[in-house]
Design a binder for this molecule. Structure first.
Ligand SMILES: C[S@@+](CC[C@H](N)C(=O)[O-])C[C@H]1O[C@@H](n2cnc3c(N)ncnc32)[C@H](O)[C@@H]1O
Length: 331
């Protein structure tokens, strides 16, 4: 059987990248959206983070998916359309495919070249599956999927949005609510959401996960500056920034920053940006939830909690929700 693969390239234009970077670096607290971590090198470094001994979320989540795949299939059903925003290397879905047996799989990611390679590999490995990979920025709306190719999306039966990797933690809670609302609309009444959510825990454990001894997370964070230099002709000296990640207990989130070593000036397009000694660029948040907190967030977006699985240490959760129709207008 020949692989069944389509690839839709809707990657953001370089001008959009420049505009967002300039905007992010113009406020009193400089910030850059975490989606910009993921050029091909960034995607490789994220995979390397997942393999570090300190980064428990990837292993805990994979363990849950492997162990409970039959139960997940029992609630999610077979033969539907599986839609995965931020699909990365498509490693997690492999743990489900044989049990779930969807008719179609739609991985989407902003890191287009990385997605293309991963999707070709997956389609070759699972020739019974229709794979429709989409390079896109889901922060512009999950509903940009409308009108894309395959009759599968419209007519292929129940839709399940699969969102592992605790990527939902990268959204501010209000934006997470909006994203979930869009996911509920995409899934439609009776559709599902299978989502990986990292749980609140001992801050020391969290701190170690984002400050691995091998310095991979540091390299991932600094890659953002290498990428901006390469794609936007800036002249950041990455050696003059250090990686800083800590758990902000009151906000329930890991914050990741790049902190300037000394006062410095950087050229970016036609602008010169000033950094004071110790000034930071806030590059990522990773919110942690209790199971109850996350269920409440999803309920507000139009989902009903169906089932929650955790690992033996309760470090991580995989939660299944059913879309029940939306009474609250968020858009
Ligand atoms: C934390 S990683 C998780 C990867 C994978 N789901 C996993 O569980 O291993 C986040 C993924 O989402 C993608 N991503 C981040 N922001 C995105 C955006 N705005 N639009 C599309 N993909 C995005 C990244 O390229 C990356 O592959």
């Amino acid at each position: 059987m020949a692989p069944r693969l389509e690839f839709y390239d809707r990657r953001p234009a370089p001008a959009d990248f420049l505009a967002e970077v300039l905007e992010g670096l113009s406020g009193p607290q400089k910030r850059l959206p975490p989606k910009f971590f993921y050029d091909s090198r960034g995607s490789e470094l994220f995979e390397a983070i997942c393999a570090t001994p300190e980064y428990y979320p990837a292993r805990a989540e994979a363990g849950i998916l492997r162990r409970y795949a039959p139960e997940i299939a029992a609630v999610a059903g077979h033969g539907g359309v599986l839609i995965e925003p931020g699909a990365g290397n498509l490693g997690k879905v492999r743990l489900l495919l044989e049990c779930l047996r969807p008719a179609a799989y739609l991985p989407m990611d902003i890191s287009g070249d990385h997605l293309g390679v991963a999707a070709r590999g997956l389609a070759a490995e699972y020739p019974w599956l229709s794979v429709q990979a989409i390079c896109m920025d889901y922060s512009r709306g999950l509903d940009r999927l409308d009108g894309l190719g395959g009759a599968d999306l419209g007519e292929g039966g129940k839709k399940i949005v699969f969102f592992p990797g605790s990527t939902i933690g990268n959204f501010e809670p209000s934006k997470a609510a909006r994203f979930l609302w869009q996911a509920a609309r995409l899934a439609g009444p009776g559709g599902g959401l299978l989502i990986g959510v990292d749980l609140k825990k001992d801050p020391d454990r969290l701190h170690r996960a984002y400050n691995d001894a091998g310095g991979v997370t540091r390299e991932f964070n600094l890659n953002l500056l290498f990428r901006i230099n390469a794609e936007l002709k800036a002249d950041f000296d990455p050696e003059r920034y250090y990686h800083y990640a800590f758990y902000h207990a009151r906000k329930g989130r890991i914050e990741m920053h790049l902190v300037s070593r000394g006062a410095q000036e950087v050229r970016l397009a036609s602008r010169r940006l000033k950094f004071a000694d110790g000034e930071s660029i806030h590059t990522e948040n990773s919110y942690k939830y209790t199971v109850g907190e996350f269920e409440a967030l999803a309920r507000g977006a139009g989902f009903r909690a169906v089932k929650c699985w955790t690992d033996a240490e309760s470090l991580f959760s995989v939660q299944y929700f059913e879309a029940v129709g939306q009474s609250v207008a968020l858009e």
